[in-house]
Design a protein around this ligand. Structure first.
Ligand code: DX5
Ligand code: ZN
Length: 207
């Protein structure tokens, strides 16, 4: 299982600082992009030149994913965009735009949404990001009923990767592995620790 540190930040300095803490340990960081409309929170997610060896994936909690994707195409470390299946948008067009950029793409699914909503797109995407909390904030308590979605997705569409995002702790890792989780996104479990780098190191060593 891959561990992906999540960067849910309000300013550029914190983004850079948290990115540095993950460098040399993680392969990829997850930037939480929020517009204050799709979710009741806003983040710093300006597409600016970043000097980092890390891959970047974008978690688009916005009503207009296309405009954010267009901005980030100038950041060469970007490898993947994940937007929400709940957004009223032309998902096929977004998938085509990502493919044209050479990016992977996926759909995130909020706790109250049925996995059936993914059916029209599962042949076209690389990943489903199962949300373990309502999107919007770090540090929430996980909703255990969401775990079963991981198993269901892997059973119905074995070629898809299943990610999990929200409320993850180190102690939850064995459980999520049993549900067949491929990628685990974590923010507060890493960045709220006294020593985030040591904590990330410990998590990576434990898997
Ligand atoms: C929630 C975000 C998550 C969040 C994870 O809306 O999509 O990526 O940053 O934070 P933790 O791991 O603290 O729940
Ligand atoms: Zn996220």
């Amino acid at each position: 299982m891959q561990i992906i540190p999540a960067l849910l930040v309000q300013d550029r300095e914190t983004l850079i600082e948290r990115m540095r803490l993950a460098e040399g340990l993680a392969e990829c960081v997850h930037i939480d992009c929020m517009d204050g409309i799709f979710v009741p929170n806003k983040t710093w997610h300006n597409a600016e030149a970043l000097e980092t060896s890390l891959e970047i994936e974008l978690h688009l909690m916005v009503n207009d994913p296309l405009s954010v994707i267009r901005e980030w195409r100038r950041v060469p470390q970007t490898v993947r965009a994940l937007w929400h299946v709940e957004v009223d948008t032309d998902h096929r067009q977004l998938i085509e735009v990502c493919r044209a950029l050479g990016w992977e793409c996926g759909l995130a699914i909020s706790p109250d949404t049925s996995v059936d909503t993914l059916s029209p797109f599962t042949e076209l995407i690389d990943e489903v990001l199962v949300m373990g909390v309502k999107p919007g904030f770090s540090g929430q308590t996980v909703i255990p009923a969401t775990f079963e979605k991981i198993r269901e997705i892997k059973k119905r569409w074995p070629a898809l990767r299943a990610g999990f995002d929200g409320g993850a702790t180190k102690d939850l890792i064995p459980t999520l592995r049993e549900y067949d989780c491929d990628r685990l996104v974590m923010a507060s479990a890493i960045y709220s620790a006294n020593d985030p780098r040591e904590t990330l190191h410990g998590i990576l060593n434990s898997i």
